[in-house]
Design a protein around this ligand. Sequence first.
Ligand code: ADP
Ligand code: ASP
Ligand code: MG
Length: 447
Amino acid sequence: MMLTVAKFGGTSVADFDAMVRCANIIINRSDIRVVVVSASAGVTNHLVTLSQQLLSGIEQQQIIQQISDIQYAIINQLHEKQEAGNEIEEILAHLTELVGQQNTLQTAKTADAILSCGEQMSSRLFARVLRQRNCAGAYFDVRDVMATNSLHGKAVVDTDALQINSQTLLGPQLQDVVTVTQGFIGRDGLGNTTTLGRGGSDYSAALLAEAINADDLQIWTDVVGIFTTDPRIAKRAHAIGEISFGEAAEMATFGAKILHPATLIPAIRSSIPVFVGSSREPEAGGTRIMETVASKPTYRSIALRRQQTLVTVKSPAMLHASGFLAKVFAILASHELSVDLITTSEISVALTFDNPQGSTQAVITEKVVEELEQLCDVQVENNLSLVAVIGNELLRSRGVGSRVFDTIPDANVRMICHGASDNNLCFLVPEGEGEQIVQTLHDTLFV
Ligand code: ADP
Ligand code: ASP
Ligand code: MG
């Protein structure tokens, strides 16, 4: 039996009609046995607000009401309104309780419990929509298999435990029912709910595909595949039919929101081909991501990642000294911060960090800066965007640098990284210039 894991993102499960479109995809493809859903569009953002901001009781109630309205728009179209309503009310009551605690005890643990409510609700409702369409959809709590550490907001999955748990709990039911479960969430050894980071449902689906030895992973979203750049930025962007694991992984890493950065790690490790398509237009085809593809264009795509932080550390002690960088990195590691790009000069090092809005992950805090200042001068700049040109043999092809930078002669380029990978050339620009630069570059390189 072919075994496919299908993931449906927030817009794909935004409302009843969207859920029905997803249900039709599942009904038409008997190989889809595990379905991973995100929270309905907008819900996680509301939950992030509830978990991160100090709000008055009234403001909290208003946001919970908005979340409830999104769920009830779906419930009201179900045959079993009463039962579905009861299920959702239970979760909303728990959410209200957690938000109440949040005022007194603001912890990352509570924040994760709050954030997990979106997926808990959408998965329950989606299982009902499937059953209403006469498909044997069975709700499954992914936390029973998705074992993680306790790094709230950015939990690391124990893939061995996931595999064992999945074989025991999911394996036996794969033939009989379509399992409907949550992306994004997991559970630590203490029994607390954790989350894998914003956009993490793609990654959850890939991990589950690996754990059950699936033949295929499908990511159903709101665009008909992976484009040459974000179609919201460049109108002339077009879908890519086939792309290699390596190129797609670079795209995801460098911020193409279409895939969570870690999604392809399990897929590559276990050679599981990935398909990306639109749940609105399933017949329109999509992008296949696989180990090797026939075409290897020099320029494949451009990704834009907003809200980057640039930290420049400077110390005369670096001159001819060894061990300075190790100390800097030790401080960053102790705060669980991961560095993206690095450039160095004789006495300074520039480092970039991802700092996206609505993120639940650690950022450069005053504490980090204070610790670094014990070692060196520290300068922190925000409001920057990272532009990544992704392709093949970029290091071996002549003229890549001039082709890229001659196209954007007026850009205020703050940092350039090229040389570590044959698949990308990246640079930092002021946030306000990012979109225009991507449009110009895109239309020069791809149109
Ligand atoms: P989902 O809720 O289904 O996970 P996301 O909003 O996370 O969907 O990702 C889909 C969005 O990613 C698209 O609507 C598009 O704006 C954006 N995107 C960014 N880069 C690309 C790209 N190269 N190709 C396609 N979409 C992209
Ligand atoms: N619902 C989560 C988010 O919005 C996870 C996801 O959609 O992938 O980040
Ligand atoms: Mg996403």
